[in-house]
Design a protein around this ligand. Structure first.
Ligand SMILES: C[S@@+](CC[C@H](N)C(=O)[O-])C[C@H]1O[C@@H](n2cnc3c(N)ncnc32)[C@H](O)[C@@H]1O
Length: 237
């Protein structure tokens, strides 16, 4: 399984042209409602901030970035990612939607974020944390660029804990998903990688303990779709 940033970036460069289409096919469009729910929470957490500055880490093709801009209309948003291919598609989509004045992009790894300390009111990461080559470092960097009282919102796939849901999930994730992924993107490895990274991602308690160890407070999480996806929320105090 790919673990170094260069390898991961080139894998995402490779699947970038089919990424959006496959995301929606493979999740039966449920990914859209997961993003909507996470962005709704983000908006609520920023209710008292007049012109929030938000960072979308591992923004990819900017689906979440655009969703944030449309939902939080007074926000200024920056998106960072390590894949040129994903960023290029994101930039094109943002331009088509007429949002370029409020969204900017930068090629920067989560583990070494190219922004000053205490810059953002909130940081959002959708389906990105499990790809970080150094998770502790990336989450620590996010804390550094968050302002005091800033919020971290993480949306991440997870293995469901209910036995029956888990059986269906394993059948789908280990057999059907890599097959469709290979047929549409031509890259079987990338969709095997997806399944492996979800499998290796810490259980909710372990991930929340990791956030607490880094120094985040008020750490909580909510399971979506029988635990297929989770929203984690934490604050920098
Ligand atoms: C599964 S995609 C998620 C994209 C987007 N957030 C979404 O919701 O569709 C994962 C993204 O993480 C990016 N990525 C992987 N490792 C990264 C890192 N260390 N720092 C920043 N971005 C990273 C990849 O290039 C890819 O665009």
């Amino acid at each position: 399984m790919a673990t170094d940033s260069n390898h991961i970036a080139s894998m995402f460069d490779d699947i970038a042209p089919t990424y959006d289409k496959l995301n929606h096919i493979l999740s039966l469009n449920v990914d859209k409602s997961w993003r909507r729910k996470a962005v709704k929470r983000l908006k609520k957490s920023l209710a008292n901030v007049s012109n929030p500055k938000i960072l979308d880490v591992a923004c990819g093709t900017a689906d979440s970035t655009i969703q944030i801009a449309k939902s939080i209309v007074n926000a200024e948003i920056s998106g960072i990612d390590i894949s040129d291919g994903m960023l290029k598609i994101g930039e094109e989509k943002v331009e088509q939607q007429g949002l370029s004045d409020r969204i900017s992009f930068l090629k920067s790894p989560a583990e070494n974020i190219d922004f000053q300390d205490n810059t953002f009111d909130a940081v959002f990461v959708a389906f990105g944390v499990r790809n970080f080559s150094d998770r502790m470092k990336g989450l620590g960097e996010i804390m550094r660029v968050l302002k005091t009282n800033g919020t971290l919102m993480v949306l991440e796939l997870s293995e469901p804990q209910n036995v029956i849901v888990r059986w269906c999930y394993n059948l789908y994730f280990k057999n059907i998903l890599p097959f469709i992924g290979k047929r549409v993107s031509g890259n079987a490895g990338a969709y095997r990688y997806l399944q492996q990274t979800v499998e290796k991602f810490p259980m909710p308690k372990e991930f929340m303990d990791m956030l607490k160890t880094i120094g985040y407070q008020d750490v909580k999480h909510k399971a979506l779709s029988c635990g297929l996806c989770r929203i984690y929320q934490a604050n920098k105090i």
